[in-house]
Design a binder for this molecule. Structure first.
Ligand code: IPM
Ligand code: MG
Length: 360
């Protein structure tokens, strides 16, 4: 098969981790007789420096014309980088929000799996880890607080900021359906997370999720308040299969879920619209403090590329091969510094990429 991939290397560790993921894709292409054509676009701080905006309309058009987008990470140090002196709509993150919105990527899948080999890197104790965990966070990505009206103004002489959290029933229904569809292919359990004891948007969320659930009688549905969910994730992560939640709660819970898997450097993600098109990126940020030092963990980006093979290209065998290669490398004791533990072999970003390619 011939597929067009738009590549966004981005800022910080972005270029080095994406390079490793492309190396893995090239290895897959060679072995399985595919052609992947890459076109680079700029987004984030590098685009601000080159074009004055975090994402140009031409770059969006290039992304739209591809079969999928592979993204590293964007942004810099929010306290020291000059990018954060710009107006909010000109900062690096605005590019990411723009591409999510323009491409209609409303469904964000973040699988949080504890690899057996990484039990030592998991901050939870053995009793809590039990037989391990494997959950899918399904985060709504184009609504809620991220895209609501916001302003900062002076009210009664006081500087006052407003952010609005809006969801309509259609937006909730389509993400809920995706959540239930994924659950049907997994352990058939959905935990819908909201704050229905306080927020109207959460009460609507719960109502619509209940309605969608009627079409999935085989799926067990439970509702959980977000504060309780944050606690349950570290108390008994094994209870979760699919966590279905709105944009902001999903942002926060997915970082937490990532950490209990041992490192945020392991968590992949896919952002999908209602076609086969998707944007694939690690869930972590651009880590400017370690950029360019060959210290970054490329695994989350490599696993994101595997998700691209699976969800956008229907290349299941190829995706399996990449995931198996990652497991094999971990089994053999290779670790990047973020997941390093006693007796293991510490390797850099590039070496980790090579080791994975060799095992595909
Ligand atoms: C993520 C990130 C982004 C988000 C930031 C960089 C805007 O934290 O993808 O989780 O909040 O969605
Ligand atoms: Mg986040």
């Amino acid at each position: 098969m011939n597929k067009k991939i738009t590549v966004i290397k981005g800022d910080g560790i972005g270029p080095e981790i994406v390079t490793q993921a492309q190396k893995v894709l090239d290895t897959v292409a060679k072995k399985y007789d595919h052609t992947f054509e890459y076109t680079d676009i700029l987004m984030g701080g590098c685009s601000i420096d080159a074009c004055g905006v975090p994402l140009t309309d031409e770059a969006v058009a290039t992304a739209k014309a591809a079969d999928a987008v592979l993204l590293g990470a964007i942004g810099g140090n929010t306290s020291t980088s000059p990018w954060y002196k710009l107006a909010p709509n000109l900062r690096p993150e605005a590019g990411l929000l723009k591409i999510r919105k323009e491409l209609g990527l409303f469904a964000n899948l973040r699988p949080a799996v504890l690899f057996d080999q990484l039990r030592n890197a998991c901050p939870l104790n053995d009793e809590i880890i039990g037989e391990g965990f494997d959950m899918m966070i399904m985060r709504e990505l184009t609504g809620g607080l991220y895209f609501g009206a916001r302003e900062t103004k002076v009210v009664d002489g006081l500087e006052t900021a407003v952010d609005t959290l809006t969801y309509n029933e259609k937006e909730i229904e389509r993400i809920a359906k995706r959540g239930f569809d994924i659950a049907m292919k997994r352990r058939k359990k959905v935990t819908s997370v909201d704050k229905a004891n306080v927020l109207d948007s959460s009460r609507l969320w719960r109502k619509i999720v209940n309605k969608v659930a009627e079409n999935y009688p085989e799926v067990e549905l439970e509702h959980m308040l977000v504060d309780n969910c944050a606690m349950q994730l570290v108390k008994d992560p094994g209870q979760f299969d699919v966590i279905l939640t709105e944009n902001m709660f999903g942002d926060i819970l997915s970082d937490e879920a990532a950490m209990v898997t041992g490192s945020i450097g392991m968590l992949a993600s896919a952002s999908l619209n209602d076609t086969k098109f998707g944007l694939y990126e690690p869930s972590h940020g651009s880590a400017p403090d370690i950029a360019g030092q060959d210290k970054a963990n490329p695994i989350a980006t490599i696993l994101s590329a595997a998700m691209m093979l699976r969800y956008s290209f229907d290349m299941d065998a190829e995706a399996d091969a990449v995931e198996a290669a990652v497991k094999k490398v971990l089994e053999e004791g290779y670790r990047t510094v973020d997941i390093m533990s006693d007796g293991m072999t510490c390797v850099g970003c590039e070496k980790m990429g090579d080791l994975i390619c060799e095992r595909i």
